[in-house]
Ligand binder design. Structure first.
Ligand code: MIC
Length: 661
């Protein structure tokens, strides 16, 4: 039987398990990607694991998130990362070189390879025909150590594209359409694979936009074929030799089928404060805006800024509107400059920012209270922009541009008519600029071995965590609803992000936007430990493992939820937090904050085939049946005290020539 692209990528890297949806599979990982906000912990984990040199084909560390240098903390982290790259044999992309996903695609991504990244938007590399999966930092560290990645074999969701995008509609509208149809949980447990005749008109960077935001559907990853367009892209980057063709076989089938007729799409917008809150732009047209923001990882293409620049030529941004331009990569910025497109942008009133994540994660550019901000970024969870009472809408560059010109949310087709604008005929430049100067190559192993880690005063080693006790009583300190994002559990923003390499400090911000009293109450609860109860899709969004480590540091032992987002669930397990699910979701309604639970016989329950466990709510004298989805490997990991403890034992055995445990 013919294979689809996802099956080919998985099949060629399968080290354990069967390609049957639901079962655990182990995959050989060729490349890793880390960014600074998660990468500092990864490097501390490599140190804690005792690794000498990475065992991957390519490992790359990007500095793109914590770019504001308002004191010594972020620059100290940058230096630490540089020293760790030199120490462990990792590529280092310097601050200002751009967002990891775009830069990796331009310079290091290779079709047919697997990659894990400590960033939920790692799947963007699927645009090159890679199998790229966002995971917690510790799993990236494990992959760097040559360990396989273990995931549940996803179902493959084939999305057949037909037709062609009409003028004023672009790649962002394709992924917003999928979010409109399926919301933020629609991709859970699935790989999205795009195919069909509509692909031809989507450039590799357009595909990046779509693959990037597959994360917003909760998908394990997104893949595109490596076809003639990928070859064109790599040739433009002077890496044509890296191209290999990977396309679905004739007769390939998918577990789930879907079709999008690109010709029928219209400009779409995700309203505050969820990427799944999608409607047609026309439905909200006329709302006055405060800010329009173009660029970021979710619209990293040269065309994504070149088209706005062409539209803005000779025009002025509406007064009172801040038009913020965030080129995703320095390469894009250099090409815009060479094409003469910076001048029209600047002259129209646009504010130009350095290449990086910036306002996308609240590192500057925060909007005014309650004022609508239109952004081409991937997510709009409340508070993520840096302002507590924000109103962030997700849009295409075309919608952002026309709205900046009119001062109100505007369907670009209507705006163009009103302003007498033609659809610009954008073409890629023939003399494309490439600059790899800011990407530092890894040192040879001998030289690397002599390097020391450089730790500033804000960098603290990883706390040690003890194994899960077999029995204990603990209170429910927090009860939250559906779709709680890791931005709510552990916020980003310029106040919190500089503590990403300091768990005791960052722990002080845990859940503070949801319940300011949580941290204090958790501390009072102390060693006894505590429980958090959640609804559906608990922990959606970012891959930040701080959202597991910080609550664990504060004593979190168990989460009980209706269902989980994949990466966060895995992060909980990696740090020894037991993630349980309600057998009967209605039991969620019976629990109140401060109820005390008695949990007994945890080890037997974790090892049992049934995967169930009965717990006693001693406050209400009720019993609930809970389930765990842990594989035997993960169950053992929790019992041993987390993944680092397991790996250390294994490395120790390897060094002393013993049989690994
Ligand atoms: C995001 O877009 O949410 C982030 C910030 O890039 C995160 C990573 C992080 O929290 O550092 C992600 O996507 O995983």
């Amino acid at each position: 039987m013919g294979q689809n692209v996802a099956q080919k990528l998985i099949g060629s890297h399968l080290v354990t398990g069967e390609m049957e949806p639901g079962g655990e599979i182990g995959l050989k990982i060729d490349q890793t990607l880390t960014q600074d906000a998660t990468g500092t912990l990864v490097m501390l984990e490599l140190e804690a694991m005792g690794l000498q040199t990475v065992r991957t084909e390519v490992s790359a560390q990007y500095v793109d998130h914590n770019l504001l240098q308002t004191d010594e903390r972020n620059p100290d982290d940058h230096l630490f990362l540089l020293s760790a790259c030199r120490r462990f044999g990792i590529w280092y992309s310097q601050p200002g070189n751009g967002v990891s996903h775009a830069v990796h695609m331009q310079h290091l991504g290779i079709p047919g390879k697997t990659m894990v990244g400590s960033d939920s938007h790692t799947p963007a590399a699927g645009s090159l025909g890679m199998l790229a999966i966002g995971v917690g930092g510790l799993e990236v560290a494990m992959a760097m150590a040559g360990e396989p990645l273990y995931i549940r074999m996803p179902r493959i969701w084939g999305v057949r594209l037909t037709g062609q995008l009409p003028p004023w509609v672009s790649a962002k509208d394709v992924i917003l359409e999928l979010l409109r149809r399926h919301d933020v949980k629609g991709g859970v447990g699935r790989i999205i694979e795009y195919y069909g005749p509509g692909l031809g008109a989507l450039s590799a960077m357009d595909r990046h936009v779509i693959a990037n935001m597959g994360a917003e559907l909760g998908a394990t990853t997104t893949v595109f074929p490596s076809d003639g367009e990928v070859r064109r892209f790599l040739t433009q980057e002077q890496r044509g030799a890296d191209w290999v063709e990977i396309v679905a076989d004739d007769g390939a089938t998918y577990d789930v089928d879907e079709e999008i007729d690109l010709s029928s799409l219209e400009p779409l917008i995700a309203k505050p404060s969820s990427p799944g809150n999608v409607v047609a732009v026309r439905e909200v047209a006329g709302t006055q805006i405060y800010q329009s923001y173009i660029g970021s990882s979710a619209n990293p293409g040269l065309r994504d800024i070149a088209v706005p620049a062409m539209l803005l030529e000779g025009r002025q941004v509406a007064s009172g509107v801040s038009l913020d331009i965030n080129p995703a990569s320095r390469e894009t910025l250099e090409n815009l400059t060479k094409m003469g497109l910076l001048m029209p942008l600047l002259h129209s009133g646009a504010r130009l920012h350095q290449s990086g994540c910036n306002g996308c994660i609240g590192m500057g550019q925060a909007p005014a209270t309650g004022r609508p901000s239109l952004r081409t970024v991937p997510r709009n969870f409340r508070g993520r922009s840096g302002s507590n009472e924000d109103a962030v809408y997700l849009v295409s560059p075309e919608t952002a541009t026309l709205s900046a010109l009119t001062g109100v949310i505007t369907d670009p087709r209507d705006g163009a008519q009103e302003l007498g604008l033609e659809w610009p005929q954008y073409e890629e430049p023939g003399d494309y600029v490439i600059n790899r100067q800011m990407l530092l190559e890894p040192l040879a192993p001998d030289a690397a071995a002599k390097e020391e880690l450089v730790k500033g005063p804000n960098i603290s080693s990883l706390p040690e965590f003890d194994p899960l006790p077999d029995a204990f009583d603990a209170p429910v300190l927090l009860k939250v609803g559906d779709n709680v994002s890791t931005d709510e559990i552990m916020p980003a923003g310029q106040k919190v992000l500089p503590y990403r390499s300091n768990i005791p400090k960052i722990a002080e911000f845990t859940y503070y936007q949801v319940d300011e009293t949580y941290v204090e109450r958790a501390k009072q609860s102390g060693d006894q430990g505590h429980i958090i109860v959640g609804g559906d899709n608990y922990g959606q969004g970012s891959s930040r493992e701080h959202a597991a480590i910080a609550p664990r540091y504060l004593g979190l032992r168990v989460v009980i939820a209706k269902s989980y987002a994949r990466i966060h669930w895995q992060n909980l397990a990696n740090f020894g937090i037991l993630g349980l699910e309600f057998d009967n979701p209605d039991d969620y309604d019976r629990i109140e904050r401060d109820d005390v639970f008695s949990l007994q016989g945890l080890r037997d329950a974790l090892e049992s085939e049934a995967g169930t466990l009965e717990v006693h709510n001693t406050t209400r004298d009720e019993r609930y049946t809970l389930r765990h989805q842990l594989s035997p490997r993960q169950a053992e990991m929790i019992v041993t005290g987390g993944l680092i403890a397991v790996f250390r034992e294994r490395l120790e055995a390897e060094r002393s020539g013993r049989e690994p445990p």
